[in-house]
Design a protein around this ligand. Structure first.
Ligand SMILES: Cc1ncc(COP(=O)(O)O)c(C=O)c1O
Length: 477
């Protein structure tokens, strides 16, 4: 029996609907048409498999070992989540809506769960990354003030100097003036400094909590009160949500707009770029400005709604990065309530174990109980040994370990930002500690070996500026 009017069978024999795509009339002009076959290499299957396997072996990945890349780290990426995402790979966003009800339900339920986790009232799943979420959130704040007739005077977005670079960049892209405030001597927001900048010209205060030093903003309730007293919107950069998930919620701290990095906290591999998903959760008073379409529930069923007159409009094609959403949904359901809480507890425990152990050799910036990550301050170490944080990072590769993030946050000179994540065993943490201690001793006894590292990788130090600015993508014979 066939279910669909027109269908095909996939390799497993399942019937899939076949739709005729509309003729878009998009015929390429003659002069753009290829005149001869492309000069692709002719190789056998076995050569192709060997080529990619060799490339994969040259590459360091979280499947090979420890990956302590603070702030952008590779988290737990269960393989089963990839299988779940693959279940939906035959869907096409142009399919009639009645044939994708399962996918719409999944997005609707995911939205509900994420609202619950963050303490927000409504959410868009559209943005394609954290930074894209930031821009979306700021455009929502902009629309909110425009609607209130206050946009002309509310020009400022306050950002602490410890913030991720995307925060000021997004604020600027959204058309605001960025005001940077200096962190206090404890690494947190300095209330006096904040107060000095707060008035009715402020539109948004953007904070990351825990911040990029891995420290919880202890005065967050006071900050939220101060922000709201001058009518500003409090924005939460949720890239570090894995440190507090299940224990506290940004919405309860007073944040009005919350972005999430699904690809960071909810199990899609991150580091070196996408694919990503940066949902934006909002409190009720901002929901009318969310991007369209929005997910609405009626009669226990979700649907897509384009009717939101004050919406900022679409920020990405279709519904967002659906595969990442499937993985996040699978992850949340697999972990459950207590599992998510356990994740944040383990992330904090592992970070503090590393911090304490490494502090016998390395100076820790703002050395006190941290959240999911902490920052090493190598300024004195560099003066003593001439060995830089970058050299230590490169030498770690010789020990078979991925390097931490270096030179961020900017307020710590010669910074090494270390995030072990919740999934690492004590054994792998001890292996890292051992390598870091050895490198410290090498820097004192034989600095050249650290300064000229790496020695065992397929390539040595790369010219990363040229690689970024003038990449060569073309196949060369
Ligand atoms: C604190 C913080 N904010 C924002 C971002 C930006 O996220 P994305 O790289 O997805 O654009 C990151 C990146 O991981 C981050 O660590």
């Amino acid at each position: 029996m066939t279910i669909f009017e027109k269908s095909v069978k996939n390799r497993k024999g399942y019937e899939l609907p076949l739709y005729e795509l509309p003729d878009t009339g998009c015929n390429l002009p003659e002069h753009l048409m290829r005149k001869e076959a492309p000069a692709l290499p002719e190789v056998s299957e076995v050569d192709v498999v060997r080529h990619y396997t060799e490339l994969a072996h040259k590459n360091y990945s979280v499947d090979r070992g420890f990956y302590p890349l603070g702030s952008c780290t590779m988290k737990y990426n269960p393989k089963v989540n990839e299988d779940m995402a693959a279940l939906f790979s035959n869907l096409h966003p142009f399919q009639p809506r009645e044939t994708i009800q399962g996918a719409i339900d999944l997005m609707g339920h995911l939205k509900e769960l994420l609202c619950e986790i963050t303490g927000t009232d409504d959410m868009t799943l559209q943005p394609a990354a954290g930074a894209h979420g930031e821009l979306t959130g700021l455009l929502i704040a902009r629309a909110y003030f425009e609607d209130k007739g206050e946009l002309d005077k509310r020009r400022k977005v306050i950002v602490p100097d410890s913030a991720h670079g995307t925060n000021p960049a997004s604020a600027s892209m959204a058309g605001f003036d960025v005001v940077e405030i200096k962190s206090g001597s404890d690494g947190c927001v300095n209330l006096e400094e904040l107060k000095a900048h707060l008035d009715d010209t402020v539109a948004v205060i953007m904070l990351t909590n825990p911040n990029t030093l891995g420290l919880f903003e202890k005065d967050i309730l006071k900050i939220s009160q101060m922000a709201h007293e001058v009518g500003a919107v409090l924005y939460y950069d949720g890239a570090n949500l894995n440190a507090i998930m299940g224990r506290t919620r940004p919405g309860d701290m007073g944040f009005d707009i919350v972005h999430l990095n699904l690809h960071k906290t909810f199990s899609t591999p991150h580091g070196m770029g996408g694919p990503g998903s940066g949902p934006i959760g909002v409190k009720a008073h901002l929901a009318q400005f969310l991007p369209t379409p929005v997910l609405r529930k009626s009669d226990d069923k979700y649907d897509i709604d384009y009717n939101l007159p004050k919406s900022i409009g679409m920020v990405r094609s279709f519904y967002g990065n659906f595969g990442v959403m499937v993985k996040a949904y699978t992850y949340i359901l697999t972990m459950g309530n207590s599992g998510l809480k356990h994740v944040s507890e383990m992330a904090v425990l592992n970070a503090n174990y590393l911090r304490k152990k490494l502090s016998s050799k390395y100076k820790i910036a703002y050395d006190r109980i941290c959240m999911h990550e902490f920052v090493v301050d190598n300024e004195e170490f560099v003066k003593k040994t001439q060995v830089k944080s970058l050299d230590v990072a490169k030498r770690l590769l010789d020990y078979g370990l991925h390097a931490p993030t270096v030179y961020f946050p900017l307020i710590v000179h010669e910074a090494m930002m270390i995030e072990p994540t919740e999934t690492e065993s004590k054994q792998s943490l001890d292996t890292f500690i051992d390598a870091m201690e050895r490198i410290y001793n090498e820097a004192i006894e034989n600095p050249e070996i650290v300064k000229s590292a790496p020695h065992v990788t397929p390539v040595r130090r790369l010219d990363d500026i040229t690689a970024t600015k003038s990449p060569i993508f073309r196949f060369k014979k």
